[in-house]
Write a new protein. Structure first.
Length: 552
C-alpha cells in the first residue's frame, strides 16, 4: 500500500511550492508564461516522481484496490500539497520517468488536463482544449478499436469521472466557442479550421460506441426482468471496464441530451434503467446524484411534476442519510453540493406548480433554509422569482451548432439558456393564477362561481384597478379549466422505462362544477406523524450525546 502517511514519514514535506515561489517569484496568471515558468524553474519533487512510478506499476498490474487508493486518496493529497494552483508536470518529464508507457501516459494526461480545467486560474488555453480532446480520442480509440477487451482495469469512480469530465469539457468548449467578442482573428481562424474538434456528433458517437460495445442495454433489460446479465453481455460486456463505461455513457447521454434541450430523448436513453429503484450499477454516489438531477429536470420540463418531485425527494433523502460519504473533499465534492442546492430549488418550483405531500425531513429543510421565502414569493405570482430560481438551478444549456463563421462578434453562449427560460416562463405564466385559486378553494367545500370571481376581482383590483365582474367570471372559468388540465400529469407507475405512465391528477384537492356552484373535495393525505416524532427523538438523543461528550 502506497498510502499518504508513508509519503510524509519517508520524505517529509520539503518540496512545498512556497520555497520555489520565494526563490523565483509567483505565477503571472498568463497560462503561456506560467507554463514556461514551470519548465524553467520547477524541479519535480522526488516524492511525486516515486508516486508516478508506483502509479504506473499499479496500472500495468491491474491492482484495482491499490489504484482505488492512489486515485481517491494519494492523487488528491499530492495535488493539495504541491499542485494547488499550478499544473502537474508536463508530459515529456513524466514520460521519462515511466519508460514512455503509452497507456499510462494517456491516463496521466487525462488527469493532467482535468486538473487544469478545475484548478488553474484562467482555465485551459485553446491549445490545451485541443490537446485534451485528442488525448480522449487516443483513449477511446485504444478501448474501442481492439478486437478483444484491452488489459486495463480502473476503479469505477475513475471511470465515472472520466466519462463525466469528457461531457463537461465538451460543454465547456461549446460555451467557449460561442463567446466571440473577445477572440482575436487568429483564434477565430483556428477554431473555424478545426470545426471537428469537440464536435457534438463526435461526442455522441463516442458515448453510443461505448454503450454498444458493452451491450449494457441488453444487460440492463435482462437484469430488470430478474435474469443473468452476463448471459447477454458478450466478450466485452463481461469485462468490468466496458460494462461500467457503457453504463456511465448512458448517464453521459442523459446529461448531453438535457443540455441540448431534448428531454424526451434524455429519459429514453435510460429506458432499461429502473430510475426509481437503486441498481447494482449505480453504486457511485456522484453518478446517482447526477442521474437524479437530470432525470428530475427533464421530468419538470416535460410537465411531469409528480415524477420530478418523487425523483428529487428520493435523491435528497439519500443525500441527507449518507452525508458522511460527502464529508471528504473529493474531486466532485463541490459539484455534488451545488447539484444538491439546485435540486432543492427545482423541488421548490415543482411544489409551487404542483403541490403535494413530501417526506417531512425534506419539507423541514425547505422551511429551515431560504427556500421557504422563495416558495412564498412564487405562490403569490412573482414571475421574477420563478425565473431567478430556474436560471440558478437549470443545466448550462448548449446549442448543438457553433456560431456562423461570419457571425458578428458577440456572446452567443447564453442564447440556449434564454430560449429554455422563455419556454419555462411561458408555462409558468399560464399557471400564474392557479395558486391563488387553490388558496380560495381550500377554504370551502362548496363555493359559487360568482363569489370566487368576486374574490379574484378584488385581488386583481388591488393591482390593476376596477374590472368588469361578468368578464371576470368568464376569465375565472378559463382558469378553472386550466387548473383541471394542469393538475393532470403523466405519472410513472411501473416498468423499466421512465417514459411510461398514466394520466392522473396529483393535486391535493379536486373539484367539479355543477351549474354555477363549485364543489370541492380535499384529497390531501395526512402526514405520518409517527415517523416525524421518531426522527425528532433520535435527533434529540444525538444532541444529548454530543453535549455529554463536550462536558466530559
Amino acid at each position: 500500500m502506497y498510502a499518504n502517511e508513508e509519503y510524509e514519514q519517508s520524505y517529509g514535506r520539503d518540496y512545498e511550492y512556497g520555497n520555489y515561489e520565494t526563490e523565483y517569484g509567483a505565477h503571472t496568471g498568463d497560462p503561456n508564461l506560467d507554463s514556461e515558468y514551470n519548465r524553467q524553474y520547477f524541479k519535480m519533487p522526488e516524492l511525486v516522481q516515486k508516486f508516478l512510478q508506483y502509479f504506473r506499476n499499479a496500472v500495468s498490474e491491474g491492482s484495482i484496490f491499490e489504484l482505488q487508493n492512489l486515485y481517491e486518496a494519494s492523487w488528491p493529497k499530492l495535488t493539495e500539497d504541491f499542485f494547488e494552483k499550478r499544473p502537474w508536470p508536463e508530459e515529456a518529464e513524466v514520460a521519462a520517468l515511466v519508460e514512455n508507457d503509452p497507456v499510462f501516459m494517456i491516463l496521466y494526461k487525462e488527469l493532467y488536463f482535468r486538473h487544469i480545467y478545475a484548478r488553474i486560474q484562467g482555465g485551459p488555453t485553446l491549445e490545451q482544449r485541443f490537446n485534451s480532446f485528442f488525448n480522449y480520442c487516443d483513449l477511446f480509440n485504444y478501448i474501442l478499436s481492439e478486437e478483444e477487451p484491452v488489459p486495463l482495469e480502473l476503479p469505477d469512480l475513475w471511470l465515472w469521472e472520466l466519462v463525466d469530465e469528457f461531457v463537461y469539457q465538451f460543454q465547456s468548449f461549446a460555451q467557449y466557442r460561442a463567446r466571440l467578442q473577445k477572440k482575436t482573428a487568429q483564434e477565430l481562424e483556428t477554431l473555424n479550421s478545426h470545426n471537428k474538434v469537440w464536435n457534438v456528433l463526435c461526442v455522441l458517437n463516442v458515448l453510443h460506441s461505448l454503450v454498444d460495445k458493452s451491450n449494457i442495454k441488453q444487460q440492463l433489460e435482462v437484469y430488470a426482468s430478474g435474469g443473468d446479465p452476463d448471459s447477454v453481455a458478450g466478450e466485452f460486456g463481461r469485462h468490468s471496464l466496458y460494462k461500467m463505461l457503457g453504463y456511465f455513457s448512458l448517464v453521459g447521454l442523459l446529461r448531453l441530451h438535457s443540455l441540448l434541450g431534448d428531454y424526451y430523448q434524455a429519459i429514453k436513453v435510460l429506458e432499461n434503467i429502473e430510475i426509481h429503484k437503486k441498481s447494482q450499477y449505480a453504486h457511485v454516489p456522484a453518478c446517482q446524484i447526477s442521474t437524479s438531477y437530470y432525470v428530475g429536470f427533464a421530468y419538470m420540463m416535460m410537465r411531469r411534476y409528480s415524477d420530478a418531485i418523487r425523483t428529487f425527494s428520493s435523491i435528497l433523502l439519500y443525500i441527507q442519510r449518507t452525508k458522511q460519504l460527502f464529508a471528504t473533499k473529493s474531486y466532485q465534492h463541490d459539484q455534488i453540493n451545488k447539484q444538491t442546492d439546485q435540486m432543492y430549488h427545482l423541488l421548490a418550483i415543482c411544489l409551487v406548480l404542483h403541490p403535494q405531500c413530501i417526506d417531512e425531513s425534506i419539507q423541514q429543510t425547505l422551511r429551515e433554509k431560504n427556500y421557504h421565502e422563495k416558495m412564498y414569493k412564487m405562490q403569490y405570482g412573482d414571475l421574477q422569482e420563478f425565473e431567478n430560481c430556474f436560471v440558478y438551478a437549470c443545466p448550462k444549456f448548449l446549442s448543438p451548432c457553433p456560431p456562423a463563421v461570419d457571425a458578428i462578434p458577440d456572446d452567443y453562449s447564453k442564447e440556449a439558456i434564454r430560449h429554455q427560460t422563455s419556454v419555462f416562463m411561458d408555462e409558468v405564466q399560464q399557471q400564474r393564477m392557479l395558486p391563488t385559486i387553490r388558496s380560495y378553494l381550500k377554504l370551502y367545500t362548496t363555493l359559487p362561481i360568482s363569489k370566487l370571481a368576486t374574490f379574484m376581482a378584488q385581488n386583481q383590483r388591488n393591482n390593476e384597478g376596477k374590472r368588469d365582474l361578468d368578464k371576470e367570471i368568464q376569465v375565472l372559468i378559463i382558469h378553472l379549466l386550466c387548473f383541471k388540465h394542469k393538475m393532470k400529469n403523466i405519472v410513472w407507475s411501473k416498468g423499466p422505462s421512465g417514459l411510461e405512465g398514466k394520466f392522473q391528477s396529483g393535486s391535493e384537492l379536486d373539484f367539479y362544477i355543477d351549474n354555477d356552484m363549485i364543489h370541492i373535495a380535499d384529497t390531501k393525505v395526512a402526514h405520518r406523524y409517527g415517523d416525524f416524532f421518531i426522527r425528532k427523538i433520535l435527533k434529540f438523543e444525538d444532541l444529548n450525546r454530543k453535549l455529554h461528550h463536550i462536558k466530559m
